[in-house]
Design a protein around this ligand. Structure first.
Ligand SMILES: NC(=O)c1ccc[n+]([C@@H]2O[C@H](COP(=O)([O-])OP(=O)(O)OC[C@H]3O[C@@H](n4cnc5c(N)ncnc54)[C@H](OP(=O)(O)O)[C@@H]3O)[C@@H](O)[C@H]2O)c1
Length: 252
């Protein structure tokens, strides 16, 4: 296969959660710019609308609170009605409540596990039957440095992201014999709403940059190659893997 064929995404349909902001929004735009019809999913309708306008007719959106389990089935139906069943699912919606272990509440624990871990599984489970029919699918879960490393005030977030790593392997085991490759992309530090506390603190910013091998924190376009790779035929024998896109943070 030549490069063009390997990475060609033209005509595919994708569902990207967290498309109103940060990594999800960047990913959704990247896919739309590469000929994918993208349905973005998040709560904030205004932000989703602004994003969809930027993609000039290559996208649409469903505004929903994914933490409400009763809405998952209806969300999948709405997403599918727009461009047909997705070939690619990117599970990028996520939260970090940043509480010290002593202060973690039942409520924030449940919210974090729900949106970061349970939603990626149940959305995937709902989209998989149509991918199986085509014998082709790509699911990308967004993991984290905290899938493997402990950070201050990262108890519930770290537990959820550790879970995402194992969830990815278990989903691959369940579904990859049907042509569905399931992988995680684990970003280092990238500037988004979620990491404002890091990027607005010069001491933390420098500390994290120095921990990488390349000597700097990420910028969103650093994710482009890995996202296209994991979404395309180029990754047709890659599944159950966690790809750290962290400038070597976890290598040291
Ligand atoms: N930024 C980083 O450096 C970094 C590093 C490692 C991993 N990650 C992971 O990357 C993913 C994206 O994070 P980000 O940094 O891009 O953060 P972000 O800018 O805060 O985006 C989070 C997204 O999740 C959506 N979301 C949150 N709760 C939701 C809910 N209940 N229902 C539907 N959508 C919901 C938000 O949309 P609404 O508010 O509109 O609902 C938003 O689009 C997360 O899984 C995060 O853990 C980020």
């Amino acid at each position: 296969m030549n490069t063009e064929e390997l990475f060609n995404l033209r005509g595919k349909v994708a569902c990207v959660t967290g498309a109103s902001s940060g990594i999800g929004k960047h990913t959704a735009t990247l896919l739309a710019n590469n000929g994918v019809k993208v349905v973005g999913v998040a709560r904030n309708q205004d932000l989703l609308n602004d994003w969809a306008k930027e993609t000039e007719g290559h996208s649409s959106f469903v505004s929903v609170d994914l933490s409400k389990r009763s809405l998952i089935k209806d969300t999948v139906k709405k997403v599918t009605e727009i461009y047909g069943p997705p070939d690619i699912l990117i599970n990028a919606a996520g939260i970090n409540t940043r509480e010290h272990a002593d202060d973690v509440t039942f409520d924030n624990w449940d919210k974090t596990i729900e949106i970061n871990l349970s939603v990626p599984f149940f959305l995937s489970q709902a989209f998989v039957p149509e991918m199986q029919k085509k014998n082709w699918g790509r699911i990308i879960n967004i993991a984290s440095l905290q899938s493997r490393r402990a950070f201050p005030s990262g108890i519930s977030y770290g537990a959820s992201k550790g879970g995402v790593e194992q969830l990815t392997r278990a989903m691959a085991e369940a579904w990859s014999s049907h042509g569905i490759m399931v992988n995680s992309l684990a970003p280092g530090f990238f500037p988004t709403e979620l990491t404002k506390t890091v990027f607005s603190n010069p001491v933390l910013f420098d500390k994290h940059a120095k921990q990488t091998c390349v000597g700097k924190n990420g910028c969103l376009t650093d994710l482009d190659g890995p996202i296209i790779f994991l979404s395309s035929d180029a990754s047709k024998y890659v599944t159950g893997q966690i790809l750290f896109v962290d400038g070597g943070f976890t290598a040291k």
